[in-house]
Design a protein around this ligand. Structure first.
Ligand code: BTN
Length: 225
């Protein structure tokens, strides 16, 4: 993909702007006034962190790979840092949330929003402990690395399919074969995290059998850490 980068001082949300742009556009902002998180949550977006959104074509059956591919692209862009990944697409630094990914879909394209705590780790409204890179990279340097990795991984997806992306993601995944709790809208499930299936759904082993989950917040049981 040939990326066309557009930078702004401040936007409501880079995802909102990217939804209006053609495929190949990358929207970046130094800060956001209405950053969007998953499940309608707010993503605190002070200056100093990375806020970027990529516009991809609809990849059809390969759309399932995009959250995982994106998380792997961010992880691959941070060699030397203690990075792990948490289902479906959180990027952790030493076990704490470093980056969030929000994918929005329209009829013919996907917008992939990536927020990385480069300088500060906003806590407010966040469910998990958070981490930051202590300013060791500039947001633009990191953005360029992510775009480079993205192209490599899109190529891999094209040639080998989700299977290979899944393998890379599992290589960074945290908590495999450990006890986890999954918080759904009105209930909580406990079980052993067994990885992801061919469609990217989480496999949770319970006494009654293995369940396949497509939504939910994952928490690791503290005593197993
Ligand atoms: C999450 O809840 O973990 C996902 C957070 C995604 C935040 C990024 S910042 C850039 C892009 N623009 C937004 O409004 N949200 C995403």
């Amino acid at each position: 993909m040939k990326w066309d980068i557009h930078q702004f001082d401040t936007l409501e949300s880079t995802n909102a702007t990217a939804l209006l742009c053609p495929v190949g556009t990358v929207v970046m902002a130094e800060s956001q006034t209405a950053g969007r998180g998953r499940y309608g949550r707010t993503w605190q977006s002070p200056k100093g962190n990375l806020y970027m959104s990529l516009v991809l074509p609809d990849l059809g059956k390969d759309n399932v790979a995009v959250p995982f591919l994106t998380a792997v692209a961010v992880a691959d862009s941070l060699p030397g840092f203690d990075i792990s990944l948490k289902w479906p697409n959180d990027v952790l630094l030493s076990g704490k949330k470093l980056a969030g990914i929000l994918i929005e879909k329209t009829q013919d394209k996907l917008v992939v929003g990536i927020g990385v705590n480069v300088m500060t780790s906003p806590e407010e409204g966040i469910l998990y402990p958070t981490a930051n890179l202590a300013g060791r990279l500039r947001p633009m340097t990191l953005a360029k690395r992510i775009l480079l990795q993205y192209n490599t991984l899109l190529d891999l997806l094209d040639k080998k399919g989700f299977k290979e992306i899944r393998k890379r993601w599992l290589g960074y995944a945290t908590g495999i074969h450990k006890k986890i709790s999954i918080h759904l809208a009105d209930t909580e499930l406990q079980g052993i995290f067994k990885g992801i299936d061919a469609k990217g759904a989480l496999l949770l082993k319970q006494k009654s059998g293995t369940r396949t989950l497509t939504v939910g917040d994952v928490f690791f049981n503290l005593k197993d850490k």
